[in-house]
Design a protein around this ligand. Structure first.
Ligand code: CUA
Length: 341
């Protein structure tokens, strides 16, 4: 291959790489740490850019020096059988390449520690909303102790604007194994560990839906433990709270009887009914959620029906078994679930 061909190949490669990585960086997908909307995520994003800039600086400096040396001291025709001058040891150079990296590491360590401690020891303002997050195999439980609301998988929190600061302070723990709560645009990762309570706070400035996911391997369905965080305007949040505090739809239907005479009620809670199970998600206002199975499929009657018939259709290995119900029972239970608005 001639020089021109190599040059063209190199240019094509560079163009493809630029398009690919450029797209990754600037498309800013819904889970990018470079599109923060909350103070902790902002601090982490800034720190990441700072660390990456230092790393890029080192990379560029070393690449340029290497290129310079390769070209400047390349083997020449006139060098045949000649040995270059041999140099043994240089205190100045050795000191330089020891002290400079140590200084860089000290700077990186101090800035990282500063961000970590700054975020962790931020005092909790009186206006904060308290939230308890419990990780389960393979779903999320959300409790609002002061509001007397229990929900699952889809989190609603208020926006926290500067003039109307209302951050959310979470206490995170686990009912079984280790999980990890990560919504990259809101905050860093925090592990949920059995018999331990960890803390996390967020103060999202922009209403919207922010996605996240469990980031600690917790079993077969770890990858399908998705998080949806709805950051509501104050009015939206008030309306949501009001709706969630209502008792469950109390219809005396065939469906309700089917639900309450099957194993469903051992694991699921429907407020104000004999269903008081705590092992699975609270279903009191099931239909107010847009997805089921911790975000794996849309919450539609067809999907609910498939889920009730056999949860393994969507989530093989999930802890809710197929109850081997008759078609009639499945229809009745689905109808009841659909009524839980
Ligand atoms: Cu829960 Cu991974």
């Amino acid at each position: 291959m001639g020089f021109d061909k190599w040059k063209r190949l190199g240019e094509t490669f560079l163009a493809v790489a630029l398009v690919f990585f450029g797209k990754q960086l600037w498309a800013l997908p819904e889970t990018s740490i470079f599109a923060p909307v909350s103070t902790p995520a902002n601090a982490i994003s800034r720190l990441a850019v700072f660390v990456l800039s230092i790393a890029a600086g080192i990379f560029i400096t070393l690449s340029c020096l290497t290129l310079y040396i390769v070209v400047r001291y390349r083997a020449r025709e006139s060098d045949k059988n000649l040995e270059p001058p041999q140099v043994f040891g240089s205190t100045e150079i050795e000191l330089a390449w020891t002290i400079i990296p140590v200084l860089i590491i000290v700077v990186l360590f101090l800035t990282t520690a500063g961000v970590l401690f700054g975020l962790q020891h931020k005092p909790r303002p009186a206006s904060a909303l308290n939230l308890v997050v419990v990780g389960h195999q393979f779903w999320w439980e959300f409790r609002y102790p002061e509001l007397h609301i229990t929900s699952a998988n889809e989190l609603h929190i208020p926006v926290s604007a500067n003039q109307d600061s209302r951050p959310t302070y979470m206490k995170l723990t686990s009912a079984d194994v280790d999980h990890s709560f990560w919504v990259p645009r809101l905050a860093g990762k925090v592990d949920l560990i059995p018999n331990r309570v960890n803390g996390l706070w967020v103060d999202p400035h922009t209403p919207g839906v922010y996605l996240g996911q469990c980031t600690q391997l917790c079993g077969v369905q770890h990858a399908k433990m998705l998080l949806r965080v709805y950051v509501d305007t104050p009015e939206q949040f008030a309306a949501w709270v009001k709706q969630q505090q209502l008792p469950a739809a109390q219809q005396e239907s065939v469906g309700r009887q089917a639900f309450e005479t099957q194993a469903c009620i051992n694991c699921h809670n429907v407020e104000g009914t004999p269903a008081t199970g705590r092992f699975g998600p609270d279903l009191t206002h099931l239909m107010s959620r847009s997805t089921i199975g911790s975000g794996i499929v849309e919450n539609t009657p067809e999907n609910l029906r498939k889920w009730v018939a056999d949860p393994a259709t969507f989530k093989p290995g999930c802890l809710m078994p197929s109850m081997h119900l008759s078609d009639q029972q499945i229809n009745d239970i689905t109808n009841y679930l659909v009524s839980l608005k």
